[in-house]
Ligand binder design. Structure first.
Ligand code: AHR
Length: 656
């Protein structure tokens, strides 16, 4: 008899606890933290052909002959070989900007006697009926003839052609351009320039741009890629990296002053990702800086994101050369930081503000923050950072600084820096984590016990990395994205601590990548967002501005029964937004009681990403294979009955 009662009691308790496990509570009227407008942003680095060959729409590779091998990307076409017909000339007076140009000797050239072919970045993606602008810097002392320009496909069939006759013959450099249409779409076109005439002509900055760039800006950015960024509605854009800021050595560090002003005077350097990974070596990877700091600021403004430049702190990559500038000689580096603030915000009477105005933007860019150092660590970093911080804060007390906590989210280096930076009362501490999906799932509580006051966290680079059996774009699968979605509930829940977060890296060319996973993949004509992209988008587009508690019993929802959840209010649109991840293979139902809610709207929206295939990816052929799908849903009184599909990420949005 006693045994029977006990069994009944246990069964009742089990049922009761299962029912309790299925009930969550949102305290709609008890906001616990503000969500910063900067919360969800983007991280841009020129890695994986992100700039040249990627978002920067220039189609000609090595347009100014400054690659280590001056004719890389070019082929000289000669019917009958003439020694010295095409020569690379180096002018020492331009050593810091653009030393090399091409000198071409024409001897009654016609037809296909003498020409140049440029292969583009893994070919040139050209589109039917789109206009292309060919431009060139030339110098001649007497009229030489003309340049016959053509776009051809792999079979050498002409897709579009025109000609350009250099007009001035005064032995000075002049720029001239001509536009023409392509009559076909081709991902792998090439550019031919056939010479016609007689005499000597110097050529530099041979360029071909499509007209359908973002905002149709001449010499601008690839519109499809910028649109993907704009659709994220990012709170900030971090640029230009990443390790590229540090450089292999100090000579290769990113120097913003060399990336502004006339494009022909921007000093090309090697891209550190050219040689970083021997298995993914990319010998033709250089930085033309056609996408330079002015263009980054302009991009930030275009997509409504706060600009966040990261500057070198006097230290090269500590994994590479680990070169340091002596602390006593760091002034030029600090001056670069101060001058950048003037470039972005200064009056048009100031030296750098004037340059901004000359480049077409007299209004300030309203820069509010900057990073000092990327993944730098150790006492050497702290020593240099203190010098920067004093100089910047003395002049601009309200300016916010991002400080590095090194390469890893734990361990001695991290602990040392985290301690030092908090002692310094750092504004924002930049944490990086490239970890396994399991790490992301089990770290949803990472910030629950971080101090709520003083220094804030910038989760500046993160991505879930599946094991190495997944290569390239296959690494951007649903398992990775789902684990990020689960982890991000923890970031959102802890918006009192985390002010900013950005997935990294952002871009990858399918034929030119060095690092995977990445948020957005593309070829020369098409692009797509990965499942991780859509996770980022769901967070950013459903950001809200106040965190409210969502609990299971008294605990936050961070992995119990493989469920993760966070909730926010948007006080402007008067909506409650609940995000829930079901990381298990079971369908489950949760009842979410909305405590303290005024009247609810009769219907809201439910947006879901779901797949039972954890290897599911998107692709050029099927760019939205795994993308959010939205449907209406109706609350039951003040309760949301959440029917959570296996391996799903759901966003409920309901008017209050
Ligand atoms: O995002 C790729 C690289 O990862 C970044 O350049 C660097 O900061 C990190 O190690």
């Amino acid at each position: 008899m006693i045994r029977k009662t006990t069994i009944l009691l246990l069964a009742f308790l089990a049922l009761f606890s299962a029912a309790a496990q299925n009930k969550m509570t949102v305290q709609v009227n008890k906001p616990i933290a503000d969500i910063q407008p900067t919360m969800w942003g983007i991280f841009f680095e020129d890695i994986n052909l992100a700039a040249d060959g990627g978002i920067y729409a220039e189609l000609v590779k090595n347009r100014s002959f400054e690659f280590t091998k001056p004719l890389m990307g070019w082929k000289v076409q000669q019917k009958n070989f003439v020694e010295g017909a095409v020569q690379v000339v180096n002018r020492p007076e331009k050593e810091d900007t653009n030393p090399r140009y091409l000198q071409v000797l024409l001897q009654k050239a016609s037809g296909h006697d003498l020409g140049l072919t440029n292969e583009g970045f893994r070919g040139m993606g050209v589109k039917k009926d789109i206009t292309y602008t060919f431009s060139v810097l030339y110098r001649q002392s007497s009229p030489t003839g003309k340049l016959n320009i053509e776009l051809v496909n792999a079979q050498n069939e002409v897709l579009g052609s025109t000609s350009l006759t250099p007009e001035v013959a005064d032995n000075q450099w002049h720029k001239q351009s001509v536009s023409f249409k392509s009559n076909a779409t081709d991902p792998k076109a090439k550019l031919n320039i056939w010479f016609e005439g007689d005499g000597k002509i110097d050529l530099d900055m041979i360029s071909l741009f499509p007209s359908d760039t973002w905002k149709n800006r001449p010499g601008g950015l690839r519109a499809d890629l910028v649109q993907l960024l704009a659709d994220l509605k990012p709170g900030f854009i971090r640029f230009p990296g990443g390790c590229i800021v540090e450089g292999f050595d100090l000579a290769q560090r990113y120097q913003w002053k060399k990336t502004v002003g006339a494009v022909e005077d921007r000093h090309l350097i090697i891209n550190r990702w050219n040689t970083e990974f021997s298995s993914r070596s990319t010998p033709d990877y250089f930085q033309s800086f056609g996408l330079g700091f002015f263009e980054y600021f302009q991009l930030a403004e275009d997509i409504g994101a706060e600009p966040l430049p990261i500057l070198n702190c006097g230290m090269a990559c500590q994994f590479n050369s680990a070169e340091l500038v002596p602390a006593g000689q760091i002034d030029p580096y600090v001056q670069d930081a101060l001058d950048l603030i003037e470039f972005a915000n200064g009056s048009t009477d100031s030296k750098w503000g004037k340059l901004r105005a000359e480049m077409g933007h007299p209004a300030p860019f309203n820069l509010k923050m900057m990073g000092v150092g990327n993944e730098n660590w150790g006492p050497q970093y702290v020593e240099r950072l203190k010098i920067f911080t004093k100089a910047i804060k003395d002049k601009y007390p309200d300016f916010k600084l991002v400080n590095s906590s090194g390469t890893d989210p734990s361990g001695d280096r991290f602990d040392y820096l985290n301690g030092e930076l908090r002692k310094m009362n750092a504004d924002l501490i930049d944490e990086h984590y490239y970890r396994s999906p399991e790490w992301f799932f089990s770290n949803a509580r990472r910030y629950d016990n971080y101090p709520r006051t003083a220094s804030k966290v910038f989760a500046g680079e993160y991505a879930s990395h599946c094991d190495n059996s997944f290569v390239g774009a296959a690494r951007n699968n649903w398992k990775a994205a789902l684990s990020e979605a689960a982890f991000m509930t923890g970031l959102e829940r802890n918006a009192a601590v985390v002010s900013m977060a950005s997935y990294a890296p952002l871009f990858a060319h399918l034929e030119g990548w060095q690092w995977a996973p990445d948020l957005i993949w593309y070829d020369n004509l098409h692009s797509y967002g990965t499942p991780s992209y859509y996770v980022q988008k769901l967070y950013s587009n459903n950001k809200g501005n106040k965190v409210v508690p969502i609990t299971l019993g008294k605990d936050v929802v961070a992995g119990q029964d493989s469920i993760y959840a966070s909730a926010v209010i948007d006080t402007k649109t008067k909506e409650l937004i609940v995000k829930i991840v079901n990381a298990s293979g079971n369908k489950t139902t949760k009842e979410i009681q909305l405590e303290g809610a005024p009247k609810l709207a009769k219907a809201g929206t439910l947006t879901v990403m779901q797949s039972c295939d954890m290897k599911q990816v998107n692709s050029i052929e099927n760019p939205a294979a795994l993308a959010p799908k939205t449907q209406p849903f109706a609350p039951k009184g003040k309760m949301i009955k959440a029917e959570l599909a296996p391996y799903s990420f759901a966003v409920y949005r309901i008017g209050l």
